[in-house]
Design a protein around this ligand. Structure first.
Ligand SMILES: NC(=O)c1ccc[n+]([C@@H]2O[C@H](COP(=O)([O-])OP(=O)(O)OC[C@H]3O[C@@H](n4cnc5c(N)ncnc54)[C@H](OP(=O)(O)O)[C@@H]3O)[C@@H](O)[C@H]2O)c1
Length: 232
């Protein structure tokens, strides 16, 4: 009988997922990671699957990993690029990776957790889910869709014993945080602290930094007002 809790971290060769993996291992968790690159993690309680969340064999591979349902599943995969009319396929790709691949993970993980009537799913969306963005519309839209789905799922699964958390960060200091201005940027360590709070308290929605969430919500209102006076 193995008493160590086990976590599945999807998207953990780098950034927030990697920071979380190291921390969970330090706390005695068993962790399985998934990413396209091999993992820098070397630990007796760590295993890794190298695959793309969009690969044809991703669902069978994940199903094998989830033969033992994880106690915790964290979806950290996310990509974003500046909008480019010359590269519209990039927009589709971002929606597929950020939104549809998360759904593919949930398709496997939710029934496994519901069968046991326990488990916790954390989905990393973004404060950008509240933006109407001309610069990166696919990133904002993918996160808005994922936020809406995750929070609906949280309400649906609560009576079945499974917790779901929508974790909305502002800027975190990883390769993903591009651009010249990154207000209120937090370190990966700080982001991991927030993740541990989510693991302990299991909120449905968790936004950090809160002030950034308020600013982005205000920007969204202003954009909506501006759009009322725009034509064409
Ligand atoms: N950093 C920020 O400022 C920020 C702010 C708000 C929200 N977030 C969200 O937080 C999450 C983690 O972001 P991060 O900053 O840690 O990003 P990151 O440093 O770029 O790490 C992303 C991870 O996802 C993996 N990944 C990417 N595409 C994949 C694919 N197709 N298949 C499998 N794995 C894939 C990457 O590994 P491989 O490349 O090896 O596959 C990497 O391990 C994302 O959802 C992001 O949108 C980040």
């Amino acid at each position: 009988m193995n008493n160590h809790p086990n976590a599945l971290v999807v998207g953990n060769s780098d950034g927030i997922g990697l920071g979380l993996t190291y921390r969970l291992l330090g706390l005695g968790w068993h962790v399985h990671g998934i990413s396209r690159s091999t993992s820098p993690v070397s630990h007796e309680c760590y295993t890794h699957t190298v695959t793309d969340v969009l690969a044809a064999d991703f669902t069978p591979a994940l199903t094998r990993v989830c033969a033992t349902a994880p106690d915790l599943c964290v979806y950290c995969v996310g990509i974003g690029e500046q909008f480019d009319t010359g590269n519209m396929s990039q927009e589709t790709h971002i929606m597929q990776v950020n939104l549809m691949a998360a759904m593919a993970v949930l398709e496997v993980v939710v029934p496994a957790m519901v069968d046991r009537r326990r488990g916790h799913i954390i989905v990393l969306t973004s404060i950008a889910d509240d933006l109407i963005s001309a610069e990166a519309p696919s990133y904002s839209a993918s996160k808005a869709g994922l936020t809406s789905y995750t929070e609906g799922l949280a309400l649906a699964l609560r009576p079945r014993g499974v917790a779901v958390t929508n974790l909305r960060f502002g800027f975190v200091d990883t390769k993903m945080a591009k651009g010249d201005r990154k207000p209120f940027m937090m370190t990966v360590d700080r982001a991991v602290e927030h993740l541990l709070t989510c693991i302990e308290k299991r909120p449905i929605r968790f936004t950090r930094p809160r002030v950034m969430g308020c600013i982005v919500a205000a920007v969204r209102c202003l954009t909506r007002i501006r759009m009322r006076f725009m034509r064409g």
